[in-house]
Design a binder for this molecule. Structure first.
Ligand code: SOE
Length: 388
């Protein structure tokens, strides 16, 4: 392990579930991977002074503040990590990029296309000055997903015919679950569609190398009123479930389902790709495995094999444990931090870029347009004014 001499000083905004997952990654990444930069957890920002002080102590941040703008103004902070609800992503990320700070922004990139386009444009402009940005689609960094992409890129499933993706949760099936920010459009932008649908949109585009070109969708809000923590009740203004079919630009046809009402499914992300020469299946409930069907085998040998993705030559695994010892959800965030530090340290642009994330946002918008009109909706290309 080399002794990193260059610190990358980080300011994180937000400290809830994603803030905790990112903090774990910043604490761990340089103890596992040999990188040109060392993450230094300089400060965390949050609105509540007591809670952000407690979060700093618990998560390992050196300082804390209630003013995220002060992080951007500091000369001793190099990167802003945006872990807030979607309604503040654009303001924070654009200000950070303008101040010359690298940015990691949680998904989905923004709550609207206009915000996402402004963020992507700001990122392209900042890139010209060596300022890097990435959107936190962490499932790309699960070793089995990276292996899935490699098998497809190597032609092992042939021409892709079908993409079949679901992301199933059940945390709000109880009508008494309160009206939290994820259920309010002005804060979250959309419901299951943007929160977990964005993941399967990005993941399937990433592993297939194809883009969603058009969709036909429906959305549903099963529970339309929920209790307010201050008493009374309020309107749920986002989707509880979103389902759509899609055409990909490489010729595949696809089905997508994102829901928070799949009773019993806690974080059930599953993607199946069917091709002319075989199929490959990733199921997050068995995240260290990949199912692979090789139609080129002799017929008496054919069947789905289970690849245990824990060998040293599998993506990321060599840094962890011997074969057969498994990794978890949090490792995808450590791998995300690894790839970001490696990119910044070697002067290349990390992926997924804000333009990649803008393309996901355009799909989200097409799904909502299609569901509202009950008709097919095309997905426009993700161009930014600077790049166009
Ligand atoms: C939703 O509850 C959620 O926390 C998403 O926001 C995350 O992106 C996903 O990884 C887990 O579920």
């Amino acid at each position: 392990m080399s002794t990193q001499t260059t610190d990358l000083r980080i300011g994180m905004v937000g400290y809830a579930f994603m803030g905790a997952a990112h903090s774990q990654a910043w604490r761990t990444v340089n103890r596992v991977f040999d990188l040109p930069l060392r993450a230094r957890m300089t400060a965390v920002a949050g609105r509540d002074p007591g809670k952000v002080a407690a979060a700093a102590a618990q998560l390992g941040w050196q300082e804390h503040t209630t003013d995220w703008r002060s992080l951007i103004a500091r000369d001793d902070i190099d990167l802003i990590d945006v872990c807030t609800p979607g309604d503040s992503h654009a303001e924070i990320a654009i200000a950070a990029l303008a101040a010359g700070k690298h940015v990691l922004c949680e998904k989905p990139l923004a709550n609207t296309i206009d915000e996402a386009r402004a963020m992507a444009t700001a990122a392209v402009r900042a890139e010209a000055g060596g300022v890097r940005s990435m959107c936190g689609f962490n499932y790309r960094r699960v070793p089995a997903v990276a292996l899935m992409r490699q098998l497809i890129a190597d032609g092992r499933v042939g021409e892709i015919r079908h993409v079949r993706a679901v992301y199933l949760q059940d945390w709000i099936t109880d009508p008494q679950f309160p009206l939290v920010w994820r259920l309010q459009k002005d804060k979250a932008g959309s419901g299951a569609l943007g929160d977990i649908g964005a993941h399967i949109i990005d993941l399937t585009q990433y592993v297939t190398g194809q883009r969603i070109a058009g969709v036909s969708a429906l959305t549903e809000t099963f529970v339309k009123q929920r209790p307010l923590t201050a008493g009374g009740s309020g309107d749920v203004t986002v989707d509880d479930a979103a389902l759509f079919v899609a055409r990909l630009d490489g010729g595949a046809v696809a089905t997508y389902e994102a829901t928070r009402f799949a009773t019993g499914r806690k974080n059930g992300l599953r993607v199946e790709i069917n091709g002319s020469l075989g199929s490959v299946v990733f199921d997050f409930e068995r995240m260290n495995e990949l199912e692979f069907y090789d139609a080129a085998l002799p017929s008496d040998e054919q069947g789905f094999s289970r690849i245990l993705v824990t060998e040293p030559d599998h993506p990321y695994i060599a840094a962890w444990w011997p074969p057969g010892h498994l990794i978890g959800y949090e490792h995808s965030f450590t791998h995300q931090a690894r790839d970001l530090l490696e990119a910044i340290g070697t002067g290349v642009s990390p992926t997924p870029s804000f333009t990649d994330a803008l393309q996901v946002q355009l799909v989200l918008d097409a799904v909502e347009r299609s569901a509202a009109l009950g008709s097919w909706a095309e997905v426009e290309p993700a161009l930014t004014e600077v790049a166009a």
